[in-house]
Design a protein around this ligand. Structure first.
Ligand code: PHE
Length: 339
């Protein structure tokens, strides 16, 4: 009987390492160790043996059950390992394959915004992000637009329920916070999303992007403003443009100006894009109004400053010749793919 057991063990131990499929391994295990498996049957016969033999054979049979169980476990692990190994060697990722054409690209607004941020970073500006929801105080009162001022209507505000919250109508809503909380001198641009309750058409949308600029230091004047804007626009269009200033009205600047730039498409000679004038009307700017500085805890006698703000959508439209503002919010992939 011991011989029979030893033979069974030997055969099993030499068979098990050659089984490479997990289901076959389980099947084979059942034929030996299962309910009516060979070893199980032998163990059942034990009771018919005499006391002494039963001890010897029983001990050996248990040893064999343990050694086979271990061999089955080891083989199961090795099958699992080899499955993983073969998958790893077959399923190689080729990192040199070019990205699919359908992988998407950066929205033109984001792209131009990033270019503008680079230019300003080079000039030593910090970059802050504007708030989309703000307070009536920051959006209006803090920038010298009192309660009764018609400019509040001019900006077609979305009023939020509750007390005094609005969707930002202008990135100028960040001026006061920056004055109060940043260390002087301040040189910052603040790009952000703004909202106005407008009827949507090719040149008006209720949601668009602005970039605010604010510089507060000693001995800052219009020349700095002009140089800053000229540098930014020349970078955006990849060629030198000229700047022209006209008087303009914004409650938070005094003097206030409207800035135009020479048409980069005809170099100021007059074309369809600049409607023959050679100039493109672009943005508002000026020296910050003393009331705004006082409201931001700064002394207008000590510091000089300028601020500007422009619509990023409009700049991107001019740069790429996009005819309709509504494309920007439209998820049409054919539009987005062009940039
Ligand atoms: N906030 C103004 C607007 O939305 C733009 C502006 C900013 C003008 C800063 C002057 C100075 O129209």
């Amino acid at each position: 009987m011991i011989n029979q057991l030893n033979q069974l063990e030997q055969q099993a131990l030499s068979t098990i390492p050659n089984i490479e499929i997990e289901s076959s391994l389980i099947e084979y295990k059942n034929t030996l160790l299962g309910k009516s498996g060979e070893l199980t049957v032998i163990l059942k016969w034990l009771k018919d043996l005499s006391g002494e033999d039963r001890g010897i054979v029983g001990k050996r049979a248990n040893e064999i059950r343990d050694s086979l169980t271990l061999a089955f476990e080891n083989q199961k692990d090795s099958i699992k390992r080899s499955v993983i190994e073969s998958r790893m060697s077959n399923e190689k990722e080729d990192v040199t394959i070019p990205f699919s054409q359908n992988s998407g690209n950066i929205h033109p607004i984001t792209k131009v915004q990033q270019e503008i941020e680079d230019t300003f970073r080079r000039m030593g500006f910090d970059i802050f992000e504007s708030m989309q929801m703000t307070t009536e105080y920051l959006n209006f009162d803090a920038v010298n637009i009192p309660k009764t001022h018609p400019a509040r209507d001019m900006q077609d505000t979305f009023w939020l329920e509750g007390n005094g919250n609005v969707l930002a109508t202008q990135t100028s809503c960040m001026q006061n916070l920056i004055m109060k909380h940043e260390k002087l001198p301040i040189r910052a641009i603040i790009p952000g999303r703004v909202f106005r309750n407008e009827d949507v058409d090719a040149t008006h949308d209720n949601t668009f992007y602005q970039v605010e600029g604010i510089v507060i230091d000693k001995n800052i004047g219009m020349g700095h403003l002009k140089f800053t804007i000229k540098t930014m626009l020349s970078d955006v269009f990849g060629k030198e443009v000229s700047i022209r200033m006209r008087p303009g009205y914004f409650p938070f600047v005094e003097p206030g100006v409207e800035i135009d730039f020479s048409c980069p498409f005809c170099d100021g000679n007059g074309c369809k894009i600049c409607k023959g004038s050679g100039w493109i009307e672009f943005m508002g700017a000026g020296l910050i109004h003393p009331n705004v500085l006082k409201e931001g805890w700064l002394d207008p006698e000590v510091y000089s400053w300028f601020a500007f703000g422009f619509g990023l959508n409009r700049l991107v439209m001019i740069k790429y010749g996009i005819p309709d503002l509504r494309y920007f919010m439209n998820p049409d992939i054919r539009f987005l793919k062009q940039f």
